[in-house]
Design a binder for this molecule. Structure first.
Ligand code: GLV
Length: 308
């Protein structure tokens, strides 16, 4: 029984040590040293190699080493191969920390104060109480629910939108295309943690921005593919949006001439909202391997018809 790892080599050493200590029956192989490909039962990867079917003829499960799976290009995977995303509590903690940081930065006007600091300008602006700041989250899955629970004690007015109907205590939930305009119309800060699918590709565009209250702000910690970047620039330039915190881009790493680098109304970070932590993720991955071995359903299995 062998598992092939194909992701960051530094964290690979941590994974390898955890497997050696806690699951010595599972042989560890690290890309590109795959040995005899016929031995590989499991692939744990951030991105899948081309032509998986021919390369690993006995592969039984593909474990994504991430919460999102769009980068694996589902359409190219062998039909019927189970794909499981990683529900690492370390990823969720990272998402909650980043969401808190981004919401509070926008809520407390930090983009403006940063510019004032650079200009040596000591000037206070009116403070908006959190109870009057409406935060809307696009997505109501595992990450979104924990983010909402993290923001709740700060007293913000919270809402969420998803494709299907959800109920979250203390959160106004909206569902489907029909309720999207009503949801957007009451978001002072819109935070996207949707999965990237055909339906959500480019969802953060000019049409959507125009439905937000004037001067609203955006946080994208989903995927770069959600955002039409030129539409964000236009919305910031005309004042429809007042600021944005962006962790993901269409092209990563961002090219040196990307317009977001120097934009005064954009706080840009290099896809660091959350990172898979081998210490917290290992138990989740191993439990899924054991479940597969016992013929039980795995946690986080992707529904190929939905794409998440
Ligand atoms: C990171 O972007 C993830 O999907 O886990």
């Amino acid at each position: 029984m062998a598992l092939l790892y194909k992701a960051d080599p530094v964290r690979g050493e941590q994974w390898k040590a955890l497997f050696a200590e806690h699951a010595p029956d599972i042989e560890w192989r690290a890309w590109p040293d795959i040995g005899n490909p016929a031995d590989i039962d499991y692939l744990a990867a951030w991105q899948a190699p081309d032509d998986l079917e021919a390369l690993l003829p006995n592969l039984k499960v593909l474990f994504a080493l991430s919460a999102g799976v769009d980068q694996l290009e589902l359409g190219r995977l062998p039909a019927g191969l189970p794909l499981v995303r990683l529900l690492d509590p370390g990823i969720t903690r990272g998402m909650c920390e980043y969401a808190s940081f981004a919401v509070l930065s926008l809520h407390r006007d930090m983009l403006r104060y940063r510019q004032q600091q650079t200009a040596r300008c000591w000037q206070a602006h009116l403070l908006q109480p959190a109870s009057r700041r409406r935060i809307g989250i696009m997505g109501l899955g595992t990450q979104a629910r924990q983010i909402l629970a993290t923001l709740q004690p700060l007293g913000f007015a919270l809402s969420g939108w998803a494709r299907s109907v959800h109920q979250v205590p203390g959160v106004d939930c909206y569902a489907g295309d029909e309720q999207l305009p009503a949801f957007l119309g009451q978001c002072d800060i819109l935070l996207c943690v949707l999965p990237l699918t055909e339906q959500t590709q480019g969802i953060l565009d000019d049409t959507l921005f125009r439905q937000l209250p004037q001067g609203a702000a955006l946080i994208n910690m989903g995927r770069g593919g959600h955002l039409v970047e030129s539409d964000l620039l236009a919305a910031l330039d005309c004042g429809q949006l007042s600021g944005a915190v962006i962790d993901v881009l269409q092209q990563e790493p961002a090219p040196a001439d990307h317009p977001f680098w120097h934009h005064p109304k954009i706080l840009l970070t290099p896809h660091i909202a959350a990172m898979t932590q081998p210490e917290s993720a290992f138990g989740v991955l191993l439990e899924n391997i054991r479940r597969h071995q016992r013929g039980e359903p795995m946690v986080g299995e992707i529904d190929p018809t939905r794409g998440y």
